[in-house]
Design a protein around this ligand. Structure first.
Ligand SMILES: NC(=O)c1ccc[n+]([C@@H]2O[C@H](COP(=O)([O-])OP(=O)(O)OC[C@H]3O[C@@H](n4cnc5c(N)ncnc54)[C@H](OP(=O)(O)O)[C@@H]3O)[C@@H](O)[C@H]2O)c1
Length: 284
C-alpha cells in the first residue's frame, strides 16, 4: 500500500512516519516539496504518486495567532482539505484527515460523540470545521479523525512547554476550568494506521482516555520534573488569550475503541511515557 503523507514534519506527521506499518510505502514530500494550499500542486503530487491513501496532518495549528490570521488559517485548514478531496476523488485515493475537539462549543456534561452538534468558538475551530465539511462535500472516500491537546517528540506543545519551564524552576499559572484529554502523538499515529488498515469512514474521535484540565497536566509534568508546587491554578478569566477555548471538549472514544477492538490508553500513562523520554534525552 502506498501513502502520501502531508504535514509529515509536524507533531502527528513525525509520529506517523515513526510508526508506519510494514508493507506501507510512505511518501512525505514536506512543506517545501508540496504546498498543500496549492490545488494544482496537490493534483500533481497525487497524480504522480497514485497513493492508496492520502493522510493529511498539515494544519494551521497556532490557535491564538489564527484569530488575527484568518485568511491563512482558512487556506490551510479549509481550502487544503478541499484540494485533497478533489484530487483523491479524481484518482480514487482514500483520505484520512485530522481535525480537532475545538469544533465543539464547550458547554457539555458528557464526552462529545461524533454526531453531537458542533459550535466552534475560535477562528481555528471554525476553519477546521469548514475543512471537514469541504472534504466531505468533495465526494472523496474519507475518514476524519478529531483529536485533542496533542503532544509528541517534535514541535511545540503544552506538556513540552511545561517541562521546559519546570526544569528551569519557573512557576506557571495554568487554567483549571477547561476540561479535555491530552493525546500522545504516538498513540494517535498508531490509531490512524489502524483506521487505515480497517478502511474506516466517517468521523472518529481519538484522544487518550479519561479527562483532566490543563492545570492537572501541568501539575503532572512539574511533579515528573521533581518541581511540584510551582503551578498556580487559575480561571480562564484570569488567563486571557486571544482565542476563546471550550470549557469542555472531552471526546467520546467509544467509536474508536470499537473500530480498534481495544481500549485506549488513559492520558496519565501516555503522558508519563512522553515525560520519561524527555527525561532520558535531557540526561543523555
Ligand atoms: N496540536 C494540537 O494540540 C492539536 C489538537 C487538536 C487537533 N490537532 C490537529 O492535528 C493535526 C496535526 O497537528 P500537529 O499539531 O501535528 O501540527 P503541527 O505540528 O503544527 O504541524 C503542521 C504540519 O503542517 C505542515 N504545513 C504547514 N503549512 C503547510 C503547507 N502550506 N503545505 C504543506 N504542509 C504544511 C508543517 O510543515 P512546516 O512546519 O514545514 O511548515 C507541519 O509539518 C492537525 O490537523 C491539527 O489541526 C492538533
Amino acid at each position: 500500500m502506498t501513502v502520501l503523507l502531508i504535514g509529515g514534519t509536524g507533531i502527528l506527521g513525525t509520529a506517523m512516519r515513526a510508526t508506519s506499518p510494514q508493507g506501507v510505502t510512505v511518501t512525505a514530500p514536506g512543506h517545501a516539496g508540496l504546498d498543500v494550499t496549492d490545488a494544482s500542486a496537490v493534483e500533481a503530487a497525487v497524480a504522480a504518486s497514485r497513493p492508496t491513501w492520502i493522510l493529511n496532518a498539515a494544519a494551521y495549528t497556532a490557535v491564538d495567532a489564527a484569530e488575527s490570521h484568518e485568511a491563512d488559517a482558512m487556506r490551510l485548514n479549509a481550502d487544503a482539505p478541499a484540494h485533497i478531496g478533489a484530487a483523491a476523488r479524481r484518482h480514487g485515493a482514500r483520505v484520512l484527515h485530522v481535525s480537532t475537539d475545538y469544533v465543539f462549543g464547550g458547554v457539555g456534561t458528557r464526552p462529545w460523540r461524533e454526531d453531537d452538534p458542533v459550535a466552534p468558538l475560535s477562528v481555528y475551530g471554525r476553519t477546521k470545521l469548514e475543512g471537514e465539511r469541504r472534504l466531505q462535500a468533495s465526494g472523496a472516500e474519507a475518514v476524519i479523525v478529531r483529536t485533542a491537546w496533542l503532544y509528541g517528540e517534535t514541535g511545540k506543545s503544552f506538556p513540552r512547554t511545561m517541562w521546559e519551564r519546570a526544569t528551569q524552576g519557573l512557576a506557571s499559572r495554568v487554567v483549571a476550568d477547561q476540561h479535555g484529554a491530552p493525546t500522545n502523538a504516538r498513540d494517535l499515529a498508531q490509531w490512524c494506521w489502524a483506521l487505515v488498515a480497517r478502511d474506516a469512514r466517517g468521523v472518529v474521535h481519538a484522544s487518550n482516555a479519561g479527562q483532566c484540565t490543563w492545570a492537572d497536566v501541568a501539575e503532572r509534568v512539574y511533579a515528573a520534573a521533581g518541581k511540584p508546587g510551582l503551578v498556580t491554578r487559575v480561571t480562564s478569566e484570569e488567563y486571557l488569550v486571544p482565542a476563546p477555548r471550550p470549557r469542555y471538549s472531552v471526546l467520546d472514544g467509544t467509536r474508536l475503541e470499537s473500530l480498534l477492538g481495544a481500549p485506549r490508553r488513559a492520558w496519565e500513562p501516555a503522558l508519563d511515557e512522553f515525560l520519561a523520554d524527555l527525561k532520558r534525552r535531557s540526561a543523555a
